[in-house]
Design a binder for this molecule. Structure first.
Ligand SMILES: NC(=O)c1ccc[n+]([C@@H]2O[C@H](COP(=O)([O-])OP(=O)(O)OC[C@H]3O[C@@H](n4cnc5c(N)ncnc54)[C@H](O)[C@@H]3O)[C@@H](O)[C@H]2O)c1
Ligand SMILES: O=C(O)[C@H]1O[C@H](OP(=O)(O)OP(=O)(O)OC[C@H]2O[C@@H](n3ccc(=O)[nH]c3=O)[C@H](O)[C@@H]2O)[C@H](O)[C@@H](O)[C@@H]1O
Length: 389
């Protein structure tokens, strides 16, 4: 329905238009959420970020029919006194801002901890003091390792879901030792979750915490040397896309044995919209948002991406499509990994009736079609440039 007039919430009540202060709106998730809000709802968005490249198409005055409903504010929330005023102007604040790329966790642990904990503190405080609702983005990494990972490899209990399924209200958070700085991110996210929860318990803050499980799709991160630094290491979707575009082997860290469940960004954004528009069902909850049906090892992901990319690009795969690298070589000292991430869906199902829809093959097909269309020419140009002697 255009602009969402006459839309009802899950309990059949009309949804009132609201103003949303979205921090980190220029990132991967933010760009998809802004698009959804503009296309399908009447809500207004105050979009805060240091970058806006990924939402430029929503901001260009001539072309955008929603110029009235989205306003970009170039703000670094570390030090900008306009933040409190913008939180006050909105009915709801959504905080997405964070350093959230594993290559940063152990190489820039201080920035990671500051970004995920210290910089989020004023946002929580302003929401609490001004009685504003907050949707805070955490991560599935707060669960850390599964209990089953501590059992011997062939132990039968490893097959028991109680030893690996991750549940918001019962699973423990299991991190490695302090010198494994990979966990600086998860630990900072866990502490900010605890703070938000405590503001709810002691001061009545209306909050929802989202734990995304590997959301992937178009506009995720960057392709090194094209729209990001040549030496940069993005998340796995962009790393593997980069390798495929350049016809180089995909690098499997420590054998590619870790397991992940990947969810299509568009399915996940549906869940966030339900949270936004059903506060009575979402407030006070922590939600896993993932697709338990899309589990693969990283090696299987590499194999599937190679097949899908051949299909969408029409190019045959290279002879040795993958290569093993050690985590020390790839990420540096202090890297560790989550072994397996299966989200339990009971709470989000009960509260919001939401389920993911898109299979891994289908989401890779649409995502890699986008990657090929967006980057193939630029990569070709960059790689055919003569090397300066
Ligand atoms: N993508 C996923 O699957 C995933 C998984 C788990 C958690 N998350 C969480 O979701 C959130 C968004 O993730 P994303 O994938 O969109 O990441 P992203 O890096 O694409 O987006 C984050 C955005 O926040 C902005 N930002 C960072 N620090 C800022 C500051 N000080 N002031 C203003 N803007 C700032 C960045 O410029 C960026 O545009 C993060 O909190 C992340 O931890 C994402
Ligand atoms: O997306 C999520 O839910 C969360 O997980 C990610 O963490 P992770 O899944 O480890 O990050 P990726 O970079 O996507 O890596 C996934 C796996 O692929 C491996 N990998 C990555 C890149 C590569 O080129 N090769 C490779 O084998 C990594 O070692 C890891 O085991 C990030 O921490 C966050 O974006 C987020 O909090």
């Amino acid at each position: 329905m255009a602009n969402g007039a006459g839309r009802l919430d899950l309990d059949g009540r009309p949804i009132k238009p609201m103003t949303i202060c979205m921090i980190g709106a220029g990132g991967f998730i933010g760009s998809h959420l802004c698009e959804k809000l503009m296309n399908e709802t009447p809500h207004k968005v105050l979009a805060l970020d240091v970058y806006n490249d990924k939402i430029k198409h929503l901001l260009e005055p001539g072309t955008s029919q929603w110029a009235e409903r989205i306003q970009f504010h170039r703000i670094n929330i570390k030090h900008d006194s306009r933040l409190e005023g913008l939180v006050k102007m909105a009915d709801l604040t959504i905080n997405l801002a964070a350093i959230c790329t594993p290559a940063d966790y152990n190489t820039r642990p201080l920035d990671t901890i500051y970004s995920n904990f210290i910089d989020a503190l004023p946002v929580v405080k302003y929401c609490s003091e001004n009685n504003k609702r907050l949707i805070h983005f955490s991560t599935c990494e707060v669960y850390g390792k599964t209990i089953g990972s501590f059992l011997p490899k062939d132990h039968p209990l490893r097959q028991d879901p109680d030893f690996y399924v991750l549940k918001e209200d019962t699973s423990p958070c299991i991190f490695g030792s302090i010198e494994k700085q990979r966990w600086s991110y998860a630990c900072a996210k866990q502490l900010i979750e605890r703070l938000v929860y405590a503001e709810g318990a002691e001061n009545g803050l209306e909050f929802t915490i989202v734990r995304p499980f590997n959301w992937i799709g178009p506009r995720m991160d960057f392709i090194p040397g094209i729209d990001g630094p040549s030496e940069g290491v993005p998340r796995v979707l962009a790393c593997f896309s980069n390798n495929l575009l350049r016809r180089e082997p995909l690098k499997l860290v420590d054998g590619g044995e870790s397991q992940r469940t990947f969810i299509y960004i568009k399915d996940a954004i549906e869940a966030v919209l339900l949270m936004i528009e059903n506060p009575e069902r979402a407030n006070g909850h922590i939600f896993n948002v993932g697709n338990p049906n899309n589990e693969v090892t990283v090696r299987q992901l590499a194999e599937m991406m190679t097949q899908v990319y051949s299909k969408v690009s029409g190019e045959t795969a290279i002879e040795s499509p993958t290569i093993d690298v050690s985590s020390k070589e790839f990420y540096g000292e202090g890297y560790d990994d989550s072994d397996k991430r299966i989200p339990d869906m009971t709470i989000i199902n009960r509260q919001l009736g939401w389920n993911p829809k898109t299979s891994l093959w289908d989401l890779l097909e649409s995502t890699l079609t986008y990657q090929h269309r967006t980057y193939a020419e630029a990569v070709k140009k960059a790689t055919s440039k003569p090397v300066a002697s």
